[in-house]
Design a protein around this ligand. Structure first.
Ligand code: MV4
Length: 664
């Protein structure tokens, strides 16, 4: 077994590989880009090597840097994780030329399965059923028309070099075929530099069932059953589960054997996934992935095996740790991919600092694979995955209940996430019934993306009470440091002579402006909310949460601050408010030397000045669209625009320097 390996990846998969290595006593070397200098995988590894700037093309995808890091640290093998270089045949060749072991399949297996036509032919030769169609690429239009007629409409045209749903076109009738074929070939050439297409019968709404297989160098091959990955949005998996709901034992066995036959045909070694389209009881080979997949944890949780450990052992020349007879299904596991993306905004990534991140660690049957912690930043450089939340249960209903509960107890502030979307998918009657196919999410989009919810008064109250607690704490610490700590001027309870005291706050939520009056009455706090006045109480809890009481309702909340933004986490949901502050307006954060910094991530919608312009304090400089609101960033003082670092249309991260206003 290896003594030291290098992990040529980042994020949650790097952390996950390190975890198994620690358990096996294998030392680990992490590689990281400048943007990942403080990332979790760097902190968890035994050693770490900087490999360049944030852009993956200048760091994680640069083979020479990865190989140099492995040589420099004495790593014997390299684990690629998934994505990046994990299915790059040239990388495997370069590693082997450098005397390093690639923890993955043989290079020829990667080549064989990299192309749709070749992989389909290999499957057919291995007597694995493929989608009815024509095995070869078709260049001659007349022949294509003839073949399409033989297949029978509807027909799917697929770019041979395509993948992940790109380069597919359905033709429902012969009259449309010729034009569709030309368009498909043009798109294939434009997108993949290869105009070869293949023809298949179109399967309406198939299920995506994939079989996990493993082979070693000693002629052993096993499958570890299937995963149902049909819940996809634009060919991005959202939720995956094992075993596939409703799949009969005979079909499971037949698909497992077919997957192994495909793997044997290319003399496969290591972890592999054979993807099938399931149409009723008929299954068809779609493609083979020559890497460990994101969703492998659900297989681990129903079989009890550690697939990364298997990868390490097989790469080190050991036999498979279990025979087919020793592999069985126990219970059910479902995985949800938690992303920093905004479903209400076209699922665009949501970047920024994770002001707060907490999972129900230790909850029964729950596994969290994450590569970030609170305080880390989600950036535009990489996939904005926050974590995979995986639940195991004795049966599917138990796993589903546990996963829903775990998502409700997952707390994220600082970025918008898809957690409400995930809960809607898992809570949908079709999903609960286990009758989901690849058309589910697109077909149920309206039900899965409910309109932006109203702001509950409890969330508004939490933000207001948190503001009072925060101001009191600031005042107390200022008083403690002043030379007159007990002066009444140090009070922040809105103290006024001869009347009950109060403070007035205004918040923005989307297009709404909401006023709250906090009354410090003789008999306790009262809140004047849009829906009326209510008695209240607030207490800070250890760890920063707040215990709140509104009338006779009690609950806990967590309120995080970023500039004037308030992120309220309450009863499993999160709300984003902006505190209106007359003094500060919504100007940018002013850095040193008149640097105008983006107060939050957003999009520059207008640049209102030019370099050299003279400006007065408060002159509008730029407009920023963020959190569905338009913010005008103004000059912090009289001066001259010395530099503009952005243009209309730019997506900017929080803290980005947008302009510089020098003094006259
Ligand atoms: C198909 C198909 C229906 N009929 N082929 C999409 C990605 C690529 N791997 C293959 N895909 C499909 N091929 C035929 N002949 C439907 C899909 C498909 C799909 C497949 C798996 C998972 C999600 C999907 C979403 C849309 C379409």
């Amino acid at each position: 077994m290896f003594k030291k390996i290098l992990i040529a990846n980042r994020g949650e998969i790097a952390c996950r590989i390190i975890k198994t290595c620690k358990r096996l006593g294998i030392r680990t070397v992490a590689v990281y880009s400048e943007a990942d200098a403080t990332a979790l995988h760097v902190r968890e590894a035994d050693e770490a090597v900087a490999i360049g700037p944030a852009a993956a093309a200048e760091s994680y995808l640069v083979m020479d840097k990865i190989i140099a890091a492995a040589k420099e640290t004495g790593a014997e093998a390299v684990h690629p994780g998934f994505g990046f270089l994990s299915e790059n045949a040239k990388f495997v060749e370069a590693l082997e030329a450098a005397g390093l072991v690639f923890i993955g399949p043989p290079v020829k297996a990667i080549g064989a399965m990299g192309d749709k036509i070749t992989s389909k032919k290999l499957a057919a030769e291995a007597k694995v059923s493929t989608v009815p169609g024509h095995p070869d690429a078709i260049d001659d239009e007349a022949e294509a028309v003839k073949v399409a007629g033989e297949i029978g409409y509807p027909v799917m045209i697929k770019a041979s070099a395509g993948g992940g749903g790109k380069g597919m076109r359905v033709v429902h009738q012969a009259a449309d075929f010729a034009e569709a074929l030309q368009a498909a070939r043009r798109e294939a050439m434009a997108s993949f530099g290869d105009e070869h297409v293949l023809l298949e019968r179109y399967l309406a709404a198939p299920r995506h069932i994939e079989l996990q297989i493993f082979r070693d160098d000693h002629g052993h091959g096993v499958h570890l059953f299937e995963r149902d990955c049909s819940s996809q949005r634009r060919h991005q998996k959202v939720v995956e589960e094992a075993p596939a709901p409703g799949l009969g034992e005979a079909l499971r066995q037949a698909m497992g054997e077919a997957a192994l036959k495909a793997a044997e045909a290319i003399d496969y070694r290591g972890a592999g996934t054979v993807e099938f389209l399931l149409d009723g009881e008929a299954f068809y080979f779609m493609e083979m992935n020559t890497r460990l997949q994101v969703e492998h944890p659900v297989t681990e949780m129903i079989t009890g095996f550690d697939l990364v450990e298997w990868q390490l052992r097989v790469a080190a020349g050991e036999p498979l740790p279990a025979s087919q007879e020793e592999i069985s299904i126990s219970g059910h596991a479902i995985e949800a991919r938690l992303y920093a993306e905004d479903p209400a905004n076209g699922f665009l990534p949501s970047t920024g600092e994770l002001l707060h991140l907490a999972f129900p660690e230790g909850a029964e049957g729950i596994r969290i694979d994450s590569g970030v912690r609170g305080g880390d930043r989600v950036t535009v450089h990489y996939d904005p995955m926050i974590a995979k939340v995986i639940a195991w249960g004795g049966d599917r209903d138990a796993a589903l209940r546990r996963l829903q509960q775990a998502l409700a107890r997952t707390e994220v502030a600082g970025v918008v996430t898809n957690v409400e979307f995930l809960r809607a998918v898992l809570g949908h009657t079709r999903f609960a019934a286990g009758v989901v196919d690849t058309s589910f999410i697109d077909a149920q989009r309206a039900a899965l993306l409910p309109p932006a919810g109203e702001l509950p008064e409890s969330a508004l109250a939490a933000a207001a009470l948190a503001e009072m607690v925060w101001r009191r704490d600031v005042a107390r610490s200022a008083a403690a440091q002043s030379d007159d700590p007990h002066s009444p001027w140090q009070l922040t309870n809105g103290w006024r002579l001869n009347s009950e005291t109060h403070s007035d706050l205004t918040f923005h939520h989307g297009e709404e402006t909401l006023d709250v009056r906090v009354v410090f009455g003789w008999e306790g706090l009262r809140l004047g909310l849009p829906g009326g006045e209510v008695s209240a109480a607030v207490e800070s809890l250890p760890g920063g949460a707040l215990a709140l009481r509104l009338g006779d309702a009690s609950f806990t909340a967590r309120v995080l601050r970023r500039g004037l933004q308030r992120w309220v986490l309450l009863e499993g949901r999160s709300y984003i408010l902006t505190l209106h502050d007359d003094m500060q307006g919504l100007g940018g954060e002013v850095g040193a030397n008149g640097r105008i910094l983006a107060p939050m991530p957003g999009k520059v919608t207008a640049v209102l000045v030019a370099p050299g312009d003279e400006v007065g304090e408060g002159t509008p400089l730029l407009r920023l669209e963020a959190m569905k609101m338009e913010h005008t960033l103004t000059a912090p003082h009289d001066g001259r625009v010395e530099a503009l670092r952005c243009a209309a249309g730019d997506l900017v991260e929080e803290g980005a320097e947008l302009a510089v206003v020098g003094t006259l």
